[in-house]
Design a protein around this ligand. Sequence first.
Ligand code: FHN
Length: 600
Amino acid sequence: MKKVKLTTKTLLTLALLAAANPVTRAQTMDEMWDSSVSGKENPNLKWFKEAKFGMFIHWGLYAKLAGEWKGKRYYGSGEWIMSQARIPVAEYKQAAQTFNPVKFNADEWAQLAKDAGIKYMVITAKHHEGFSMFDSKVSDFDIVDATPYKQDPMKALSAATRKRGVQFGFYYSQFQDWYEPNGGKNSWDFDESKKDYQKYYQEKAIPQLKELLSNYGPLGIVWFDTPGGMTKEQTQGFVNELRVLQPKSLFSSRVGQGLGDYRDFGDSEVPATPIKGAWESIYTHNDSWGYIKHDMNFKTPTEIIRLLANVASKGGNLMLNVGPDGEGNIPEYSVKFLRETGKWLDKNGESIYSSTYGLIPAQPWGVSTSKPGKQYLHVLHRPVNGKLLVPDFKGKLSKVYALADGKNLVWKKTGNDIWIDLPAIDADAANTVFVMEFSGKVPDYNLNVPVTVSNQYPENMVEATFAKLKGAAKIQSLTYSHYYGDWKHTICVTDLKNKSDEADFSIRVTEPGVYKIALEYSCSPESAKQEGSLTVNDQEFLFRTLRTSDFDKKAPLPFIKHTIATTTFTKAGVYQIRIHPLQDGLELFRLKSVSLDPVL
Ligand code: FHN
């Protein structure tokens, strides 16, 4: 959720502005995006919008260092080790002398992508360290001239992917280059005030990009990153100079100034609600983008499959990164877990590829994707009684069946509710897909549908995204890092500072019963011990906030699930939750969700 002038800062600002008005967010953002880039009409985007699943590869000299420098381990984003350890250029370049990735096998990498159901691959041709992973005539600091390997792995990889029908593209860091005196962001070797960035663009970035766009066949994507301070005119000139070489190649939004063909979200970020147009979420498989030998926190196949479904349910592509090591091996668990993901996609790919966002908001059972006449239900949690609710569905339903075996299911329609009798599905399944076939016009996704609360699930989370706000309250995406550069994003209601600031939620309780109510929030020491009020079900519940921590973008943001009340809904129906501070002055907390857990 971001827009227009596509610097990361502007994108975030727009996201926050848009998030402040959740009812109109999706349309507003789309209008802004589509009028600022060629995305809407661009026929070159067709393959990208159908692809849904890409493989990102961060591979450079940093892979050889593997997160260690002079006996010290660095955590977080491994490709940043030169900056983290302030390694002088003269020392860093020595690492190239022993970088010899003899285990690199282009066919194995391309086949892994194919087996994983991946449709496009983007690999770092040059990251911020300034080292070129291709044969460049522009710089000797490249894999052919500076290493004992002496070969160009990008030649083989571009051919191997294309042979398998996988689109191929290059990542290129167009502003940050820590090796060059005029490149961006090396302040430990070079005087920032003396840098001539235009000289850098003219003498290295543009000539190298021309090499990439000329010597490796048709590129699906050129993936730019961290654009730096180029003006709109300069960026336009930069883009024009490159576009003529391959007019069909897509440029990512991080080329800057709204001149990309499609939109990239922040690292590890999925928008909270559907977004139209062409866009991409980018995640890495573990915590780092570049290889670090002590980073073993790999997302499981279930996590990958659910992430892919979540991104697709909002209408976007997932590009998942792997970080091969200094010898050229893709980490063992990346290989295994991607292959498992591929097995799921083999059977369920119809619900992902060429799909767009689901027509109903996320439910306690999972998310949905859609195609004309079809709505795919990605069931991650089976309701205990097997009765699955699809609320507010206005299409004319003809049949419902399981995607895996095509078996028809019994369903009934009550008003605009569809109730489906689910078969006994495997409780450990990552994602079981059911298909609703329908005709007739179905209204677009509607954020105002009350959030379903049901005693058929152990927990019902009402996310901050769904808050209607009063007073000065805001919805913000809080961005922070655990180790270093491994960004996390949590959407919260913030700025509940005065009695008149309010977060309201509309819920639909589908079965009467007793529920425990909890607030999940983060609370700074100065905000702790303030009183707040939550009203629901004609009862007011009072609470006093508990301290967690300050918000610091360089540290984890802890949340507490603070149970504050028990209530009995005697009737199924729509209820309102109202939350506000009981005093004026300080922010009450940063509210992530309200949860209602069934008791009886
Ligand atoms: O600084 C880079 C980072 O190393 C990594 O390449 C990511 C991937 O999206 N991009 C930048 C940070 O956003």
